[in-house]
Ligand binder design. Sequence first.
Ligand SMILES: [Zn+2]
Length: 294
Amino acid sequence: MPRKAERIIIGETSITYLIDGVGLFNPEATMPAVDWAANHDCLEESQLVLPFGSFLVRAGDQKILVDLALGGMDMKVPGVAHMKGGELLQSLAAEGLSPDDIDTVVYTHLHVDHIGWTTDVAPVPNAPEPKAPSGLTFARARHVMTEAEWRYWTGEAAGELGGPDTEATIKPLQDVIEFVQDGDTLAPGVTIEVTAGHTPGHLAVVVHDPSGDHSESVFIAGDLFHSPVEIADTVCTFASDVDPERVRAVRDGVLQRPDTVIAAGHFTHGAFGRATPVGDTYTWTPIGHAPTAG
Ligand SMILES: [Zn+2]
């Protein structure tokens, strides 16, 4: 991967974006309401380029992974997307860590590009020869999500394309999964914020400096945002949003927060940045590599 790890540091806590792979998406199919002619700067050669990855949060003696990316698959959906992953453990090793060093895995939601490394079998939809996983990749870690998310994908949306595979993801998790609620703390300064809309149990992870020395916090947004186009055009939504109206309302609330760095893993040109109000919309200012938040 040509892209090097991006990192934000607030006080003693660091948040690092670990790359797993990338997807090339047909913009008209994935975000049909966007005026792409006016927003071509968000595209590369007419395609929406969405990286897949995981945020590593090191807070105190705790090491947390937010989402588990796509996993080792190379999948084409004709006319819609070409998705390729598989680099996450190498990105983790580059940080000097092995899977057994991870204390907590937290899922923002269970779409296929956020769960890929749950086991050693990437959940390829409709795989011709599905393999049985041999165990959890992060065997020592707690695995947490909201109860609403688990119930949705094991209930009304079970087996839906784009969600978790029963063999690769649901069965290995069912005896270990722990549910978290809005306001729960994963480590000092690391809290859960329920942000339902993209999926019924979607959550965000908010990181602040527990010493209080730094006022700025980092909002790990999951799939509240996929592209900076959603910051400039606050009305547009993504094809896989389960409840687009709710997504808009939650997104508006996040954009209005002061002193917030947004961490958006799917953004083409860098996961970290700030949204600044301009008139009745916002502009996105990416933060470069290895910055320190104020
Ligand atoms: Zn996603």
